[in-house]
Design a protein around this ligand. Structure first.
Ligand SMILES: Nc1nc2c(c(=O)[nH]1)N[C@H]1C(S)=C(S)[C@@H](COP(=O)(O)O)O[C@H]1N2
Ligand SMILES: [Mo]
Length: 199
């Protein structure tokens, strides 16, 4: 069955198992933004990490470039039901950005140029795969997709992967972000179809 339906995609036999329930595969890369794309140059880009005491550590672009980066290939899942397999990126692991600052925290509220926010448990940023990504398919990350740099947390729905990231606030309590305030699920596991509050 899969041989007939798959066509000439040249993809692996296990692709269907990589598409979460209620999702379908897409081959282009849709842009989903709740507002206009902010124009942020690499020179002016900064990421403020705010610890539990309110102390701010600012990462500028040169700091990000000095940190160890890695190339990674992941599947991404948007709550609007598209999934895209084998997207490749370069970025710095969030755990390498947070370092010891994250040890006492329970949650993170992520902030962006333009005002978008999203929340997630700190463990999803430091114990799972999560990056500050700045290249896509070998090129500088386009601004429409979050350049200069975006969060990428592939194991959660893509609304958690904040584009134009400019802040990570560490908290003891969970504070809903933009979509979470508007009824999206607080956690957003695509394999459990946690799309909306109560799912
Ligand atoms: N700053 C910011 N980040 C954001 C969004 C947004 O509107 N603003 N949209 C989110 C949503 S709902 C999705 S599905 C993905 C889309 O990423 P893409 O436009 O690169 O496909 O970005 C997420 N990150
Ligand atoms: Mo989305």
């Amino acid at each position: 069955m899969s041989v007939i339906s798959r066509g000439f995609g040249g993809r692996g036999d296990n692709d269907d198992a990589r598409i979460p329930p209620g999702q379908h595969e897409t081959y282009d890369f849709p842009v989903l933004s709740a507002g206009p794309t902010p124009a942020v140059s690499r020179e002016e880009w900064g990421l403020d990490v705010t610890d539990l005491d309110g102390a701010v550590t600012r990462w500028g672009w040169p700091d990000l470039m000095r940190a160890p980066s890695e190339e990674f290939t992941v599947d991404i899942h948007c709550v609007t039901t598209w999934s895209k397999l084998d997207t490749s990126w370069r970025g710095v692991r969030v755990r390498d950005v947070l370092g010891d600052l994250a040890t006492e925290a329970e949650y993170a509220l992520v902030r962006c140029y333009g005002g978008y926010t999203t929340n997630l448990p700190i463990g999803d940023l430091v114990d799972r795969d999560a990056w500050i990504a700045y290249e896509y398919e070998g090129d500088d990350l386009e601004s429409a997709h979050g350049g200069p740099a975006r969060l990428l947390v592939p194991h959660l729905y893509l609304w958690k992967s904040a584009k134009w990231i400019n802040g990570i606030e560490l908290h003891l309590d969970d504070e809903p972000g933009f979509w979470e305030t508007l009824g999206y699920h607080e956690y957003g596991d695509p394999w459990l179809e946690q799309r909306y509050v109560g799912d």
